[in-house]
Design a protein around this ligand. Structure first.
Ligand code: A3P
Length: 349
């Protein structure tokens, strides 16, 4: 069985196991929740305004209930398919850069997801009260989640811990999610048609959807408290990695020194975390993540504007209107292609 087949089988069996592990109390909760067919196996449940997969719902509630944040924690929060893997690598490499020799970078031996553990898709998946003491390679703790802002554990919101958030233009995010979901669907399931899932996406029925609500919650919170939440965009990282990295380091309280800049440390971090570098590393081409996803499936094209190879003009029109409606007056804008002129910037700045 190759990694792709193993991944499909693992995801399906994990979802079944998790659903079987629902106790009576949890079953009762689940029965009260609106339910939709999932894009992979299992179902989507609407919990606190967002659609959760049957795999992640229970671990997410455990995380929400039991997690105690420290003031020193750094939490990477992302919308799925918006650059989670990339941001984990960048934050890890920036925060801990004085802990390892340059030629022994942990990313050479471990995937970004192994170095920065995901709370609901990994740490809490099989254990409602995991031992968080030894879960992070270094201190301060660096962890990751997709949880919407309103659903974060109160200790994350109330403590001084920092949140680094990344999102991406919704067209590229949607195409990435569609192709990723198709890879993980069970052998017995038909591929998801673009038409069908596009409509679901526009109606917010997808993992962690609605996309715009998730993004706007963090956008607004970051505007209110910029020392607590750093709001990043995938396209900005692609366009100007060096200044984004310096901004990230400053936010984390570990700014690059003049000496480090002279020695090219910023470029080294950008390089080891680049799509091309990570995609070719053996560690990212074998094995499965705790959630069953083959590690290599976290790397596809890594481009801005790939949506234009898939979306029809009428889809683009519908999405543009949605973006306009949702983001109007928010101050949040997205870039939709890598060589963008101000005019092509939909809505959008
Ligand atoms: P595409 O499917 O458009 O290629 P996530 O990590 O949140 O699951 O997001 C996955 C998306 O980020 C995929 O996008 C993947 O190729 C891209 N990606 C992964 N690692 C990256 C990196 N180091 N730099 C840029 N993009 C990356």
């Amino acid at each position: 069985m190759d990694a792709a087949e193993a991944g499909k089988a693992r995801v399906a069996s994990l979802i079944q196991d998790v659903e079987k592990s629902y106790d009576d109390e949890f079953q009762q909760l689940v029965h009260t929740l609106p339910k939709e067919e999932g894009w992979v196996s299992g179902s989507l449940y609407l919990y606190q305004g967002f659609w959760w997969s049957s795999l992640a719902l229970k671990p997410m509630i455990s995380f929400q209930t039991h997690f105690q944040a420290f003031d020193s924690d750094v939490i990477v929060v992302t919308f799925p398919k918006c650059g989670t893997t990339w941001l984990k690598a960048l934050t890890f490499s920036t925060l801990y850069r004085d802990r390892f020799a340059r030629d022994e970078h942990p990313l050479l031996a471990s995937t970004p997801h192994q170095l920065v553990r995901h709370l609901e898709y990994d740490v809490y998946i099989n254990n409602p009260c995991p031992d968080l003491e030894n879960i992070c390679v270094y201190k301060p703790r660096l962890l990751a989640t997709h949880v919407p802002h309103a659903s974060l554990p109160t200790s994350i919101k109330d403590s001084k811990c920092k949140i680094v958030y990344i999102c991406r233009n919704p067209m590229d995010m949607f195409i990435s999610l569609w192709l990723f979901s198709n890879k993980l669907r069970d052998e017995n399931q038909e591929s998801l048609s673009l038409d069908k899932v596009f409509d679901k996406f526009c109606r917010g029925i997808h993992i962690l959807g609605p996309f715009f609500d998730h993004v706007l919650e963090y956008w607004n919170a970051s505007q209110e408290n910029p020392d607590k939440i750093l709001f990043l965009k995938y396209e900005d990282l692609k366009e100007d990695m060096n200044s984004q990295l310096k901004h990230l380091a400053m936010f984390l309280g570990v700014p690059f020194t003049v000496d480090e800049e002279r020695q090219g440390v910023v470029e080294e971090i950008a390089n080891i975390c680049s799509f091309e570098k990570l995609k070719e590393l053996e560690v990212n081409n074998k094995g499965l993540h705790t959630s069953g996803v083959p590690h290599k499936d976290f790397f596809r094209k890594g481009k801005v504007g790939d949506w234009s190879n898939y979306l029809t003009p009428s889809m683009v029109e519908r999405l543009e209107k949605l973006i306009q409606d949702k983001l109007d007056n928010s101050g949040l804008t997205f870039k939709f292609s890598s060589k963008i002129s101000q005019d092509e910037n939909v809505g959008f700045a």
